[in-house]
Design a protein around this ligand. Structure first.
Ligand code: PEP
Length: 251
């Protein structure tokens, strides 16, 4: 039985003081999620990780939005796994489409990061998804299949069992243009079949999220899809009211 997961991606938003305020206000929500058997979390900027970790309920998942695969060295502007671990962070979003677009995050780079995270007992949330041109060209499964295969290359079934995959069609992120629930189910099911081909039965344990303009009004429809185990939410996770709305609508 896969537990539902609601994860907010704050991107480059919120000062640490604002993140702290959100963390404090989220305590009752996290309790409600826990009581309902739903996992809930947020991914603040690096600078707000500590504020959220220290002020939210200990049941709140606090994820980083990126990490470097090496431990230390001459990589200006980067943050490593031990640096995150020192603050008790053990979830990291990998391969978000904005990082793929603006920071040349390739499938191979994602693979190196995912391997480093897994070998440190951390949870990667691996984002995959096609662009509008690829969608319109009927290439979704080819692109997503390659992202999954290359991003998870050389890993074993045992290693990937706690991994989370997020299907986020690039054309639906921050655009208000949702993928239909049929598309979300079809591609999340396809991802599960690729995972099954790669890793066997463990595919049924791996959580697959949908992301892309998820809001309190549509979250329930996505989570009612058989292969959609939760949502990765950007804009609608920024305000506590709307974050609460997301949760209340799936309880
Ligand atoms: C995201 O950033 O992963 C995302 C899905 O954003 P939004 O919900 O704003 O489309």
């Amino acid at each position: 039985m896969r537990r539902k997961l609601l994860l907010g991606n704050w991107k480059m938003n919120k000062l640490a003081s604002e993140a702290k305020e959100f963390a404090i206000s989220s305590k009752p929500l996290v309790q409600k999620a826990k009581d309902a058997g739903i996992d809930i979390g947020v991914a603040p900027t690096y600078l707000s990780l500590q504020a959220v970790k220290e002020n939210a309920s200990s049941d709140m998942i606090v994820a980083a939005q990126n990490v470097h695969q090496l431990v230390s060295g001459a990589y200006t502007g980067e943050v490593s796994i031990p640096m995150l671990k020192e603050f008790g962070i053990d979830w990291v979003i990998i391969g978000h489409s904005e990082r793929r677009t603006y920071d040349n995050e390739t499938n191979a780079k994602c693979n190196a990061k995912i391997k480093a995270l897994i070998s440190n007992n951390m949870v990667p949330v691996y984002c995959v998804g096609e662009t509008l041109v690829e969608f319109e060209g009927g290439l979704t499964k080819e692109i997503v299949g390659t992202q999954v295969r290359d991003g998870l290359k050389d890993l074993t079934a045992e290693e990937v069992k706690n991994l989370v995959v997020a299907y986020e069609p690039v054309w639906s992120i921050g655009t208000g243009k949702n993928a239909s629930t049929e598309i979300a189910q079809d591609i999340c099911h396809f991802i599960r079949e690729v995972l099954r081909e790669l890793f066997g039965e463990v595919a049924d344990e791996i959580r697959i999220l949908y992301g892309g303009s998820v809001k309190p009004e549509n979250v329930k429809a996505y989570l009612s899809c058989e292969d959609v185990d939760g949502a990765l939410v950007g804009g609608a996770s920024l305000k506590i009211d709307s974050y609460e709305g997301l949760l209340l609508n799936i309880l």
